[in-house]
Design a protein around this ligand. Structure first.
Ligand code: NDP
Ligand code: 8X3
Length: 257
């Protein structure tokens, strides 16, 4: 059974691109109010304008870096009163850097992945939890990955960050048992977004090779799964959804034509 989430306030981190942007569109279509968080101001402003003209969506734009613990804490302590009733937190902001074997890895890349994909989720969740706890029903949805289920060559630290996130999601569900907060992990395989462009620091050729010879998922496919999890009835918790394109069977089994 589904539940209407119309009118709910949804916070989406990493709303400026890919899966986060697609989630913003999906939840706007469902009549939600959105807090759009990312570092690129222009991107979230133009998304907010688009959603406002298409769906009359009310948005609050937050230009912030999830790695900056104090900045994140201050943002949520200082939220305008009409934006405090956050019901759904989508922890989506994340990235990979490089595909180096562990012996060639760079400290800078390792720090960025762990600080964003793991500590970023902790920073945002810690700041938003007091607000979620005030709702009659609330939901934390973490964007994991098939990279949190299987390790692939060169994936070392990115995979470790997503394995850790998987443990963290489970830990959240256990610790929040008996509370009003549901916890879900949405774990996609290959999704064609700016993810690989970021991983290869703007190298378009390397990025497009990742999706060569196959039809990857797109952001909307993942947003549909996020929306499905968010719109179940109050007694149903979708603990985890693993989704991948038809040409993928695991992180390491990919069929290319
Ligand atoms: P994109 O690169 O298209 O989007 C990443 C988003 O994260 C951007 O909006 C970016 O915004 C934001 N972001 C990155 N770092 C920070 C930061 N420090 N603070 C705030 N926002 C940040 O990639 P995807 O949409 O593909 O990735 C979204 C999530 O999905 C990630 O967690 C990724 O690991 C996961 N994922 C991706 C898959 C894929 O194949 N694409 C598969 C499985 C999971 P900005 O730069 O403006 O700050
Ligand atoms: C992103 C999917 O396989 O490129 O999490 O790591 S993969």
């Amino acid at each position: 059974m589904s539940n209407s989430i119309k009118g709910k306030i949804v916070l989406i981190t990493g709303a400026s691109s890919g899966i986060g942007l697609a989630c913003a569109k999906r939840f706007a279509k469902a009549g939600c109010k959105l807090i759009l968080l990312a570092r690129r101001k222009g991107r979230i402003e133009s998304l907010a304008d688009e959603l406002n003209s298409k769906f009359r969506t009310k948005t609050l734009n937050v230009v912030a870096d999830v790695r900056k613990r104090k900045v994140i804490a201050d943002v949520f302590l200082g939220l305008p009163a009409e934006w405090k009733d956050i019901s759904i937190l989508i922890n989506n902001a994340g990235l990979s850097r490089g595909l180096d074997k562990i012996q060639d890895g760079k400290y800078r890349d390792w720090d960025e992945m762990i600080d964003t994909n793991l500590k970023g989720v902790l920073n945002v969740t810690k700041s938003v939890l007091p607000l979620l706890m005030k709702q009659s029903m609330a939901h934390i949805i973490n964007i994991g990955s098939t990279a949190g289920h299987e390790v692939y060559q060169g994936g070392n630290v990115y995979c470790a960050s997503k394995f850790a996130l998987k443990a963290l999601t489970k830990g959240m569900r256990i610790d929040l048992l008996g509370s009003n907060i549901k916890v879900t992990s949405i774990d996609p395989g290959l999704v064609e977004t700016e993810f690989s462009l970021v991983r290869f620091r703007g190298n378009k050729q390397k990025a497009s090779n990742v999706y060569k010879g196959l039809k990857a998922l797109n952001g909307n496919d993942v947003a549909e799964a996020v929306y499905f999890a968010a719109s179940r009835n109050s007694n149903t918790v979708i603990a985890e959804i693993v989704l991948m394109p038809r040409s993928q069977a695991s992180s390491v089994h990919v069929k290319r034509y």
